[in-house]
Write a protein that binds this ligand. Structure first.
Ligand SMILES: NC(=O)c1ccc[n+]([C@@H]2O[C@H](COP(=O)([O-])OP(=O)(O)OC[C@H]3O[C@@H](n4cnc5c(N)ncnc54)[C@H](OP(=O)(O)O)[C@@H]3O)[C@@H](O)[C@H]2O)c1
Length: 272
C-alpha cells in the first residue's frame, strides 16, 4: 500500500496499531508517522517510525490520520490540524462516542470511525468501521485493506456502532468476566487446581466457538447436542436459560446508558 499512515496518540490503541501496521509489511516503515502530546513517551517507539514534532506536521504528511485519543481531546486536535490536513486525506476516529455531526461541525471532511478489539493482538480483531458520506469507494478499500492486517472488518451504519462495540470490543471483557465467575463457582466443588480449571474451560470455550463457526451451528444446536433431555447438562442449561437473561438484560441496559452519557460528555467537550 502506498498510503502514508499517521497515528496521533501513542497510548494503548495508537501503540498497538502502529506496531501491527509496521509488522504487517503492508505499509513501509518510512510511511508510518506518529505524534503524541507527551513527546517523552514516544521516544520509546522503535526508531523505524517517523516521529513528528507536532500533530500539524503529521497532518501535513499523512493520507490516513488515526486519532487514537480520548473523546475529550478530539476537539483540540481537530482544531489544531484543521488548516494542515489535505482535502484528500481520511481522518479516522478510534472513538465511538463522538458522532460524525460533531466532527463535521469542526471541519467538513472525510471521516471514518474504527473500533478494534483487543484480539487484534493476535490478528483476530473484529474491527468495526463506519463512514461519513464524503468517504470514497477507494478510501474504503484502502482502509479496509489496511485493517485486514489485524483481523476481519465489519462495516456498520453509525447508529449501530454502540451496540456493535458491545458485541466485539467490550465482548472480550464480558466473556472473561462470565467465565471467571464460572471458574470460581466450579472451584468451590473441586480439588482440581485453579490453573487447570482455567485451562480446561478456556480450551473448551475456544474449541466450542471454532466448532460452531466451522460447522455453521447455532447456540441451540450445541445445547441440543450436549444436553440430552433429563440429563446432567440439561439441568445446568435450564438454570442458565431461566436466570441468566436478567443479568444480561441489565448489563446491556447499563452499558448502553453509560454509552449515551459518554456521548453527552463528548458533546459538552465540543461545546455544542
Ligand atoms: N483501549 C481500548 O481497548 C479501545 C478500544 C476501542 C477504541 N478505543 C478508543 O481509542 C481511543 C484511545 O484510547 P486509548 O486506550 O489508546 O487511550 P490512552 O491509552 O489514554 O492514549 C491516549 C493517547 O493520546 C495522547 N494524546 C492526548 N491528547 C493529545 C494531543 N492533543 N495530541 C497528541 N496526542 C494526544 C495521550 O498522550 P499523553 O502521553 O500526553 O497522555 C495518550 O498517549 C479512545 O477514544 C478510546 O475510546 C479504545
Amino acid at each position: 500500500m502506498n498510503k502514508k499512515i499517521g497515528i496521533i496518540g501513542y497510548g494503548s490503541m495508537g501503540k498497538m496499531l502502529l506496531c501491527k501496521f509496521g509488522e504487517s509489511g503492508m505499509v513501509s516503515n518510512d510511511h508510518l508517522f506518529v505524534a503524541n502530546r507527551t513527546p517523552g513517551k514516544i521516544l520509546e517507539a522503535p526508531d523505524k517510525y517517523t516521529i513528528c514534532v507536532s500533530n500539524k506536521e503529521l497532518a501535513e504528511k499523512a493520507d490516513m490520520i488515526f486519532l487514537c485519543i480520548r473523546p475529550g481531546d478530539i476537539k483540540t486536535v481537530l482544531d489544531e490540524i484543521a488548516e494542515c490536513v489535505n482535502d484528500e486525506s481520511l481522518i479516522i476516529s478510534l472513538n465511538g462516542s463522538v458522532p460524525f455531526a460533531l466532527l463535521e461541525n469542526r471541519k467538513e471532511h472525510k471521516y471514518a470511525k474504527v473500533i478494534p478489539s483487543v484480539t487484534a493482538e493476535i490478528d483476530r480483531s473484529q474491527t468495526l468501521i463506519s463512514y461519513n458520506l464524503l468517504v470514497t469507494e477507494q478510501d474504503r478499500k484502502d482502509l479496509e485493506m489496511l485493517l485486514s492486517t489485524i483481523g476481519n472488518t465489519i462495516v456498520l451504519p453509525e447508529e449501530e456502532m454502540g451496540m456493535g462495540s458491545e458485541l466485539v470490543s467490550c465482548m472480550p471483557g464480558f466473556i472473561a468476566s462470565m467465565f471467571d465467575v464460572i471458574c470460581r463457582s466450579a472451584q468451590k466443588h473441586t480439588s482440581i487446581s485453579p490453573e487447570q480449571v482455567k485451562e480446561m474451560v478456556l480450551s473448551t470455550l475456544t474449541a466450542t466457538g471454532e466448532l460452531m463457526l466451522e460447522k455453521n451451528m447455532d447456540f441451540e444446536d450445541v445445547v441440543e447436542r450436549v444436553a440430552t433431555k433429563g440429563g446432567i447438562t440439561a439441568v445446568g442449561a435450564d438454570i442458565i436459560y431461566e436466570r441468566f437473561p436478567q443479568v444480561t438484560d441489565e448489563m446491556f441496559e447499563k452499558t448502553l446508558e453509560k454509552r449515551r452519557m459518554t456521548a453527552q460528555a463528548a458533546q459538552k467537550a465540543f461545546g455544542d
